[in-house]
Ligand binder design. Structure first.
Ligand code: F6P
Length: 356
């Protein structure tokens, strides 16, 4: 009987999803003659609604560079998959997914997604579904892999925003706050901020002191540099905001960038402008680095399927493509370590991180 392999993309989209699907498909068609590949629509939603269809090799033609996902995606939070009061610990939704996957007879499902998605993938694996995870997210916050696909492309987009803002900021002698995505971590802000020559980079990993940021801008002004570029991660908070209990803090009015812009406006002489590139960072073509990573990830996932190595996530370790048990990945966040080399190097350049 032919192998039946499902594929789904879940959570926020990013560049490179199609490149990974293509990488898996091309490798499987090559390695397993007669393999049947099924595209499951809109992430886990498709498994709930039995919404899938068999794909053909031609469906993967020309999608290496295409942004978005040919399968569609949706968010299905992990907490909707569990029910602590049920003896199995599973919600009705999770039970439906497991029953549908078993009844159709998927031999394996390749699951492209970020943190929440891989946590659910682990749950499915623990309940008898053969899964292989692939680490997707512009945020680069998945534990167990040095790199996630989508990150390099998002850094390129964010850097090009900083580059453009730089010229207008300098021309007018203005201070710009540029708020970048990244959820609860600062990888995009750190990489794009350094690549774009930001003066200040504010990260969720390191609450910032407003006075110290003001001092940096004033010092630049006194040196004749009226303009400044401040990159702030969407998940960053000031030391004052950190004193607010977590639940209340997460519901503060305004984004991190808007709050900082308002706070700075009262303290510095220059105009302060806010730029939020938002979803632009997730859109468009994957970079060559991402295309290569996605293609290698796809090929590795196909080998794992053929070898019957399930319950693991493909990962990048150093320069190698390896894998890591989903049970180890589930529920962990990869944050920036405050003593990491890159922060030391950035500080040597004079980049300010909002601490004193
Ligand atoms: O995880 C990717 C990401 O773009 C984060 O950077 C951002 O916080 C979040 O998704 C936005 O999610 P949504 O697409 O649900 O608005």
């Amino acid at each position: 009987m032919a192998l039946k392999i499902g594929m789904l993309t879940s959570g926020g989209d990013c560049q490179g999803l199609n490149a990974v699907l293509r990488g898996i498909a091309k490798s499987l068609y090559h390695m397993v003659p007669g393999v049947e590949l099924y595209g499951i629509r809109n992430g886990y939603q498709g498994l709930i609604e039995r919404d899938w269809c068999e794909l053909r090799p031609s469906d993967f033609s020309g999608i290496l560079r295409q942004g978005g996902t040919i399968l569609g995606t949706s968010r299905q939070p992990y907490k909707s998959m569990i029910d602590k009061d049920d003896p199995t610990g599973l919600s009705e939704k999770a039970k439906t997914i497991i029953a549908n996957a078993k009844e159709f007879g998927f031999d394996a499902i390749a699951i492209l997604g970020g943190n929440g998605t891989q946590k659910t993938a682990n749950l499915l694996s623990e309940n008898g579904i053969n899964v292989v995870g692939l680490p997707k997210t512009i945020d680069n916050d998945l534990w167990g892999t040095d790199l996630t696909f989508g990150f390099d492309s998002a850094v390129l987009k964010a850097t090009s925003v900083i580059d453009s803002i730089h010229t207008t900021a300098e021309a007018h002698g203005r201070v710009f706050v540029i708020e970048l995505m990244g959820h609860k971590v600062g990888w995009i802000s750190l990489y794009a901020g350094m690549a774009g020559g930001a003066d200040v980079i504010l990260l969720p990993e390191l609450p910032y002191d407003l006075d110290s940021v003001i001092k940096v801008i004033d010092a630049r002004t006194n040196r004749g540099k009226k303009f400044s570029i401040i990159v702030i991660a969407e998940g960053a908070y000031s030391t004052e905001e950190m004193k607010i209990p977590r639940k209340k803090r997460e519901n503060l009015i305004g984004t991190s960038g808007a709050r900082l812009r308002d706070a700075l406006a009262n303290h510095i002489e220059q105009d302060v402008k806010l730029v939020i590139p938002g979803y632009y960072q997730r859109g468009g073509e994957p970079t060559p680095t991402d295309r290569l990573l996605c293609t290698r990830f796809g090929s590795k996932a196909a080998s794992m399927i053929v070898e019957g190595r399930f319950g693991e996530m493909v990962s990048m370790q150093g320069r190698d493509i390896a894998s890591v048990p989903l049970a180890e990945v589930a529920g962990k966040l990869k944050t920036i370590e405050l003593d990491s080399d890159i922060l030391v190097e950035a500080r040597l350049l004079g980049i300010h991180f909002g601490d004193s």
